[in-house]
Design a protein around this ligand. Sequence first.
Ligand code: ZN
Length: 421
Amino acid sequence: MIRLKILVSLILWHGALYAQKINTVLLKNATIIDGDAAVKPRIGSLLIENGIIKSVSFGQLKKVSPGAKVIDCTGKFISPGLMDSHVHLATADLSNVEKARLSTDSILVNLLKHGITTVRDMAGNAPYLAYYKSAIENDKVLGPDIYYAAQFAGPGYFKMMGNGRKGEKDLGNSAWYRAISQKSDVKQAITDAKKAGVTGIKIYADLSKELIREITEEAHRQGLLAWAHAAIFPSKPMDVAIAGVNSMSHANDLVFQQIKGDTISIGAAWAQVYKGLRLDSAVRDQLLLEMKKHNTFLDPTVFHAENNKMVNAVLITSRAHQLGIKIVTGTDWIYPTKDEPVPLLDEMKLLTSKCGMTNLEVIQAATLNGAEVTGLKDRGAIRVGKRADLLILDSNPEQNLEALFKPHTVFQKGKMVFQRK
Ligand SMILES: [Zn+2]
């Protein structure tokens, strides 16, 4: 009898496992937006099996796999989940972690509701981010997948910050906010950052060109990415490009290449910009071509720039796009805790209205390029073998980007994590 019981429960257990194994969803007859702007959207069906896109077939679907949950998407559109490549989820007051988490929890849900399934966090408190990264990956908290950076800057920068980060005990001496000087052990600093769970090093401010290069090379050696600001005073943007970093943030700051001298001072440089420093297109192009040579992504943060009246961001981003530099969509902006519009839409709209990109190109920036700049090969496009992080949309985002931000359904790792009623 006992043996029979065991046998029965084994069968049941096996059955449950099997049911989990054939967790298949068929999204039938939608217009599929690939993620790569070069691929023309067309009508087709997607089979998702255990979180992964198992097949993509175009035209009318003839055979349906048995056991699949079928969702008729006739008249609807499917795009990859969106990505904000420049957020800061862990720079607010963290002195009361429980309180901080209440707000972060709602921001994360709101991101997901607006179709954002992955974010690149460009520096913040690593333990706080590590908690969320793991909780989201293990389905304990709802939110986009998080990949984050450790911020490296000169000691002068952290001194200037003083107590400007509430809840940080030892600013400049932690693995995620790390002061680097000529005397620092860069190799050890990067090993420490890696232990704190980062994907990249944010090369931020107050660093010589030699240190920028050393940090970049060591990060790459240890399998991490190097994500830099476009201008790292006293170094010039060209020093950053030559170092071969993976991305440069804030297009506006490329203009600082024009300031005379081998090194530049932050105060004097900004003073010239405020006086109306005119963009020199030859200097700009030289710099952009150097970025292109290294396959460096541009994270222009145009919305951020336009809000601060930095007109060069648009001019530089437009040209970067013309020259074939890959653009990503980062906002460096605050996300609402409530169901309110999100800044990623503003960024994407500006890229089309002012920077000469088509809607499909901007979608690529917010999907495939975002995945690439973060070193993620498993997402960013609707292709066989990729994770099923995708959005079902009621209207065509190729005509209106706003369609992306009101998804009917959001899938993350093949799981329906949000459905609009
Ligand atoms: Zn930032």
